[in-house]
Ligand binder design. Structure first.
Ligand code: FMN
Length: 217
């Protein structure tokens, strides 16, 4: 593969939120997940599970739970100051109910030897507690799963599929975990509806590289 090909793949991927009414072969989804598992991940613990959902009723149940939790949030007095945003969320919350497939990603705790040392010492040693805090802000569990999701989206895109990485549905996490049967030691961290694209969204621009890049010499 030439660098140009990779560049084209990366630059042409869009978040897709409308899909054709056409089933997605499970083999394609599992092949994309297989590729995603080659993503770099903390300690190579591969502490993830990918739930492949091709049952429309299950996707609709998930969308309904997300819609319910959004409606609940919208009903609270604290939401009154964000009327416009709340109205938009309510309208959009369950947009993925029509997706022909979805992949939900769950991750389990990542506990390294360093974490064990620090957690044994943090109560009595300020430096240990600071180090633990710093390590926690760079959460390995989430970063590892996120790295796999980024690979997953590129693999799906190369297959001609369109997907969107979503964390919004996590506001109904408990309900979603119950529907999917996620074990208690794992946390659902993202939901990725997938299908053949039925839209060609405008490019969301990126900040120029010289603005986001600092060369340290
Ligand atoms: C961690 C994360 C969470 C996201 N959550 C949502 C979401 O809940 N709903 C949604 O519609 N898009 C979500 N997105 C998609 C972003 O809005 C999208 O990637 C961004 O606007 C850039 O557009 P592009 O992916 O088409 O380049 C999420 C993306 C990431 C990486």
């Amino acid at each position: 593969m030439e660098l140009n090909d990779l560049e084209t793949l990366v630059r042409s991927r869009r978040s897709i939120r409308r899909w054709q009414d056409k089933p997605v072969p499970v083999e394609l989804l599992t092949r994309a997940i297989d590729l995603a598992t080659w993503a770099p991940n903390g300690g190579n613990k591969q502490n993830w599970i990918f739930y492949v959902i091709v049952n429309g009723n299950t996707i609709r149940s998930i969308a309904e739970e997300v819609q319910n939790s959004t409606n609940l949030m919208a009903s609270w007095p604290e939401a009154a100051q964000f009327v416009k945003d709340v109205a938009r969320w309510r309208e959009r919350a369950g947009f993925f109910r029509s997706a022909p497939a979805a992949i939900a990603v769950a991750a389990s705790q990542y506990v390294s030897e360093a974490d064990r040392i620090l957690s044994a010492r943090e109560k009595t040693d300020l430096q240990a507690s600071q180090m633990r805090l710093w390590r926690n802000t760079a959460n390995t569990k989430i970063q590892s799963a996120a790295s796999a999701i980024a690979y997953l989206l590129l693999a799906l895109h190369q297959m001609g599929l369109g997907a969107v990485w979503m964390t919004g549905p996590m506001q109904a996490k408990g309900k979603l975990e119950k529907i999917l049967g996620v074990p208690s030691e794992m946390d659902l961290i993202a939901f990725v509806p997938v299908g053949y694209p039925d839209e060609n969204p405008v490019v969301r621009p990126r900040r120029p590289v010289n603005e986001v890049c600092q060369i340290i010499t």
